[in-house]
Design a protein around this ligand. Structure first.
Ligand SMILES: [Zn+2]
Length: 427
C-alpha cells in the first residue's frame, strides 16, 4: 500500500502591527494578553539601546512588572538557550517580550517553551538530532520586536541555534512557538550597518525564493494525524502570494537600504518584506540553501564579517544562505522552470524570451549580480572553505531533513557535495 498524498495546508501567522513608533504600544498589547510579569529578552549590544529603553518604559507605564534578560548571544547556542531557560524558569513569568534580531526572538520562543513545559533540552529539538517531541499545548504570550530587517522570526514557529557538541545548527519547529504579535517599527532599524542590512536582506530574499520554489504541499505524503502535519508544508497557493510580493520588494529595496542608512523608505520596506516573507516561508518552508547554510555557519573557521559586533568568527546567517543559493537554483530549476522564471521576473529579470532551459541561469545570474553589487564575499571559498572541507560540510547538512525534504528536487549526499563545490566561487 502506498502512503496517501497530502490534501490540506494551513496558514498560521502572528498578529502584526506595523508603523513608526509602534514599540511604544508593547505595554498596552501585553497587558491586553493578560501578562503581569514579563521577561524582556535581548542581547548585550542592545542593553542600553533606544528600543529596549522604550519597551521597558512602555511596560512599566502599563503597570507590568518587567525584568530584563540581556545575555542572548548573536548566534544562539544550546548553552545560551539553557541560560535563558533557567532565567525564565526561576522568574515565574506570565509573558515574554523579545527585542532584537532572530537570535533574541528565537531565544524567547525557546525560554517560553521550556519554562512552560519543562523537559530535557533535546526533547523538542528537531529529529534526528533531538527527539522532535510535539509541544503539548499553548505557551505564554510572546511579543516580538525585530531590530534587524531579516529573519521574519516574529511570524514563524521556528527557533534556530548551534548545538555545540555536534557543531551543527538545529532548532525547534512547532506552531505553538509562534509569537502572538510582531511589532514592526522602522525606527528600530535606523542605525544598522550596511553589511548587516545586506545580509539580513538576502535572508529575506532567500526565504521568498525557497518557499516559492519548494516542493508543492500535495506532493508530500499525508500526516498520520492532523497534529503531525509539519510546520514546513511545502509551497501552497497562499504562501506563494506572500513569497512573490516579498521577493519583489526585497529586490527593489535591498541595495538602497544597505547603501544608505538615511533611506528610511527603503529600510521600512525591507522590514515589511521580511514580515511578508516570514508569512510565506513560515508555512511553506525553506529548502536547500538554508539546509546548507547551517553547516556553513556552524563550521566557521576564522571569517569575521564587517559591521557585526562580535568578537568571534562568524558567517552571518543571511550570508551563509545566499552564497549557496545560485548553485542551488541552477540545480532545482529543471523541476519547475516556470516558477523559477516567474519569481525572477518579479525581481526585475527580463524573462520575455526566456525558455525553460534558461530558468536556472536567469534566476541565479540575477542573484550573483546582487551579491556582487552589495560587496559580499565571492562564494564559500572567500569565507574560508576549501574543497577539502566539502565532506564535513555535507555531513553537517544531510541531517537537516526538515528543510531538505521539501526541496523540489530530491537531494542525495552526492548532490549536496556537488552544490558545495559549485558554491566555492560564484563569479
Ligand atoms: Zn533564514
Amino acid at each position: 500500500m502506498t502512503t496517501p498524498s497530502e490534501t490540506a495546508f494551513t496558514i498560521d501567522t502572528s498578529s502584526i502591527k506595523y508603523g513608526v513608533g509602534v514599540t511604544r504600544e508593547v505595554g498596552y498589547e501585553i497587558n491586553r494578553m493578560g501578562a503581569k510579569r514579563v521577561m524582556v529578552i535581548t542581547d548585550p549590544k542592545l542593553t542600553d539601546s533606544d528600543p529596549v529603553a522604550t519597551v521597558l518604559e512602555s511596560l512599566r507605564a502599563a503597570g507590568v512588572d518587567a525584568v530584563l534578560f540581556d545575555q542572548v548571544s548573536v548566534e544562539p547556542t544550546d548553552i545560551s538557550m539553557k541560560q535563558a531557560i533557567a532565567f525564565a524558569t526561576a522568574g515565574n513569568f506570565d509573558g515574554y517580550v523579545a527585542v532584537g534580531g532572530g537570535s533574541s526572538i528565537d531565544t524567547a520562543k525557546t525560554a517560553n517553551l521550556y519554562a512552560t513545559y519543562p523537559a530535557d533540552f533535546l526533547a523538542y529539538v528537531n529529529a534526528p538530532i533531538g527527539e522532535g517531541r510535539l509541544v503539548p499545548g499553548p505557551l505564554k504570550p510572546l511579543i516580538a520586536i525585530p531590530t534587524t530587517t531579516g529573519t521574519g522570526s516574529e511570524t514563524t514557529g521556528v527557533a534556530i541555534f548551534d548545538l555545540l557538541e555536534m557543531k551543527a545548527k538545529t532548532g525547534i519547529a512547532h506552531r505553538a512557538l509562534r509569537p502572538d504579535m510582531g511589532l514592526i517599527d522602522p525606527e528600530n532599524t535606523r542605525d544598522l550597518p550596511g553589511m548587516v542590512v545586506a545580509c539580513s536582506g538576502f535572508d529575506v530574499l532567500s526565504h521568498a525564493l525557497e518557499s516559492f520554489t519548494a516542493l508543492p504541499f500535495h506532493q508530500r505524503s499525508a500526516p498520520e494525524h492532523p497534529g503531525a502535519r509539519p510546520l514546513y508544508q511545502g509551497s501552497n497557493p497562499i504562501s506563494d502570494i506572500w513569497a512573490l510580493k516579498a521577493a519583489e520588494m526585497a529586490a527593489k529595496y535591498i541595495v538602497r537600504a544597505a547603501q544608505d542608512p538615511t533611506d528610511h523608505e527603503a529600510r521600512g520596506q525591507m522590514l515589511l518584506a521580511a514580515t511578508y516573507a516570514g508569512i510565506g516561508f513560515g508555512n511553506a518552508g525553506c529548502h536547500v540553501p538554508h539546509g546548507m547554510s547551517y553547516a556553513v555557519s556552524g563550521m566557521v573557521k576564522e571569517f569575521v564579517a564587517e559591521g557585526y559586533p562580535v568578537n568571534h568568527p562568524l558567517v552571518p546567517h543571511g550570508m551563509s544562505v545566499i552564497l549557496n543559493a545560485p548553485a542551488v537554483f541552477r540545480f532545482t530549476a529543471p523541476t519547475n522552470p516556470q516558477r523559477h522564471l516567474q519569481i525572477a521576473g518579479v525581481m526585475g529579470a527580463d524573462i520575455a524570451d526566456a525558455t525553460d532551459e534558461d530558468a536556472g541561469e536567469v534566476l541565479s545570474g540575477l542573484l550573483s549580480k546582487l551579491i556582487q553589487t552589495l560587496g559580499l564575499p565571492n562564494g564559500l571559498g572567500a569565507v574560508g572553505y576549501e574543497p577539502d572541507d566539502v565532506t564535513d560540510l555535507t555531513t553537517g547538512t544531510m541531517p537537516q531533513q526538515r528543510v531538505l525534504s521539501i526541496s523540489p528536487r530530491p537531494v542525495t549526499d552526492r548532490d549536496i557535495r556537488q552544490l558545495f563545490l559549485d558554491s566555492l566561487t560564484i563569479w
